[in-house]
Design a protein around this ligand. Sequence first.
Ligand code: SAM
Length: 242
Amino acid sequence: MTLYGVGLGPGRADLVTVRGKQILQRADVVYTPGRLSRSVAAEHVPDARISGLSFPMTRDEDELRTAWKKAAAEIAPRAREDSVAFVTLGDPNVYSTFGHLRRTLDAFHSVEIEIVPGVSAVTAFTTALGIEITAGSSLALREAAGGVAPSGPDRMVLFKVTDAPSTHEGLIESGYDVVYGRRLFMESGDTVVTDDPHAVDGRDYYTLAYAEKRGIDDESPTAAFEGADTHGTDLAERSHNE
Ligand SMILES: C[S@@+](CC[C@H](N)C(=O)[O-])C[C@H]1O[C@@H](n2cnc3c(N)ncnc32)[C@H](O)[C@@H]1O
């Protein structure tokens, strides 16, 4: 049979794809790697078919490898007999825990794997923050855990923003405007969209930032249609206006 890696989207049950929902409903068992993914999966699958897996919140590589080997050893025999799903928030192939599982299964087990893409925070943030990434622009993904402030490209989505005030200071110094999004399209917890880093200074793993170099030009052919209202407004104002 098959192991399906199913992307659940950013956290709202109605942002699971139709295909994702069908796979979850057909699966004999649905493995969930955390509380949040479990609560989204539970909107589509009876609790009795959900099996929680726990992973240590650590950067210790030995500990992580041990946990993934244990998870793979539990999932592999089941996936050879039955239809099995492993869910992740967002998309399974974007900055995701699913990659660890896939690599571990590839190395130690023989299991057929199929992936069902999900709505990633990489795309959901635009709607939530009221931002358009115009055709032709480049956008980089980065991590900004622990107050790190990466720089380089004109537009960046920063994941794992755990110390927004420190990250903010560095980004402003490097010439970026920044907007933060917390728990976007999530049913649990409060959604926050703000340009004030102190409004998101309490640590919450589900926090991202969008940074855009001040003064970059929108070269799309219809940019000139923007009236006196919005022309020349900065990123923070634009996200407030949406
Ligand atoms: C390990 S990455 C997982 C990304 C996921 N696979 C995806 O495609 O969206 C986790 C980071 O994504 C960001 N993130 C994911 N979902 C989010 C949401 N609904 N709201 C805000 N940030 C989110 C946060 O920065 C979080 O630290």
